[in-house]
Design a protein. Structure first.
Length: 402
């Protein structure tokens, strides 16, 4: 009797389990609960006793799929291979396969922490949207459709850009999983960012630089150290994280250098920043505030430095509405770079100041430090800021004592 879907659907449960066979090996078992399971009875060559292999559960496994599995198992028996042993191995591997919570923890500890200053943000995103939905699921069972549905849910709550950031974390995590042989392929392949990104190209005008400089001085709700950190970022064109984590041991007031160590630099290479006269004044003011702290911008709550997030938070406090415009700290770095090129300073020198990663043959052979060119550029930029904000050279030589 050839089994059909109609016949299988019409099989009713009885008080005792029973089996219906299509031929001498392949059949279906019906439990008193109504559960229907495809089975294969077989005998290995030279053995008198039959063995039983569970192929799959109907209707989760279709009849056509069960026939294919049966044919594969039958061929294995003909070759002297026990299909049951293969199933046992597969089930053991299935039980040992890590769930997503395990993968997420391994990703954070072994990849994100050693490589990303923003690893805490990755961890936060994982804990907020990913682990509550997928934490106990096997990592290898996550599909492209699962990812799309998760991202759509984030977009639907009005957080499109966060959906993009979540996709970026999921993609990095699964790329890590592929490299560790946890999953064979990333389910993120061909998944596109769900929301359009607005490329930031905000550059403050000279009028805005003037308003910002004086507006910071009048911002009563902002800590003096945070004000100096923002000004120093505009003057030196360095990254926010490098500014707020700076230590006094990195600052050389005599030779006028700030040496950013490789562990703090984004490209993991030590970076020498010439300190202009204006930068030195800001650092001296920070020194007066810092007292005995080893940090240029110490936190008032802890024994460490202020955090990049604290600077972002400070910009959202009341007090800067009078500026008439908004900005984020990275806009100050972009503003410095744009104005320097506008002053005729070469893009190569500005790139050296920004500590951008260089690629290609030129980067391999160009070992010139560009220290002199960088110093000339930052001194010129410092004088430009003084001119814009109305600081005379005589006034700029006065170090404020707070």
């Amino acid at each position: 009797m050839k089994l059909t879907d109609r016949q299988i659907k019409n099989l009713k449960p009885r008080l005792d389990r029973y089996e219906v066979f299509e031929d001498r090996g392949f059949g279906i078992r019906v439990a008193p609960t109504g559960r229907k399971t495809f089975i294969y009875l077989y005998r290995m060559p030279g053995e008198p006793k039959k063995r039983r292999l569970t192929i799959g559960t109907y209707p989760k496994m279709t009849l056509a799929e069960a026939h294919r599995k049966y044919a594969e198992a039958k061929e294995m028996v003909a070759q002297g291979i026990d299909p049951g042993s293969k199933t046992v191995t597969e089930r053991a591997e299935e039980r040992k396969a890590p769930n997503l919570a395990t993968l997420a923890n391994e990703y954070v500890e072994k990849w994100a922490k050693p490589r990303k200053r923003s690893w805490k943000e990755d961890k936060r995103i994982l804990e907020k949207d990913i682990l509550p939905s997928w934490g106990q699921r096997k990592a290898k069972d996550i599909t492209r459709r699962d990812i799309i549905r998760l991202l759509d849910g984030i977009v639907d709550r009005g957080a499109g850009i966060m959906a993009n950031r979540t996709l970026a974390v999921i993609r990095k995590m699964f790329n890590f999983a592929v490299s560790r042989d946890i999953v064979p392929v990333s389910p993120c392949l061909a998944v596109r960012a769900p929301a359009p990104e607005q490329r930031r190209d905000r550059v403050l005008t000279t009028d805005e630089i003037r308003a910002l400089w004086h507006g910071l001085e009048g911002a009563k709700m902002m800590a003096e150290g945070t004000k100096l950190a923002l000004k120093l970022q505009l003057v030196t064109a360095q990254r926010k994280a490098e500014i707020v984590t700076a230590a006094w041991e990195e600052i050389d007031f005599t030779d006028k250098w700030w040496t950013i160590p490789p562990e703090k630099a984004k490209n993991k290479m030590a970076h020498r920043v010439p300190l202009s006269s204006l930068a030195l004044e800001l650092l001296q003011a920070a020194k007066n505030l810092a007292g005995e702290s080893p940090w240029v911008f110490p936190s008032p709550q802890t024994e460490r430095h202020i955090t990049p997030e604290a600077v972002d938070h400070a910009l959202r406090r009341p007090g800067l509405e009078a500026l008439g415009f908004t900005f984020v700290p990275h806009d100050l770095r972009r503003t410095a770079a744009s104005h320097m090129t506008g002053m005729g300073i070469s893009r190569l020198v500005v790139s050296k100041i920004l500590n951008h990663v260089e690629r290609g043959v030129t980067a391999v052979y160009d070992r010139h430090s560009y220290d002199r060119e960088k110093r000339q550029a930052l001194e010129a930029w410092g004088r430009k800021i003084q001119e814009v904000v109305g600081i005379s050279e005589e006034m700029s030589n006065v170090i404020p004592i707070r």
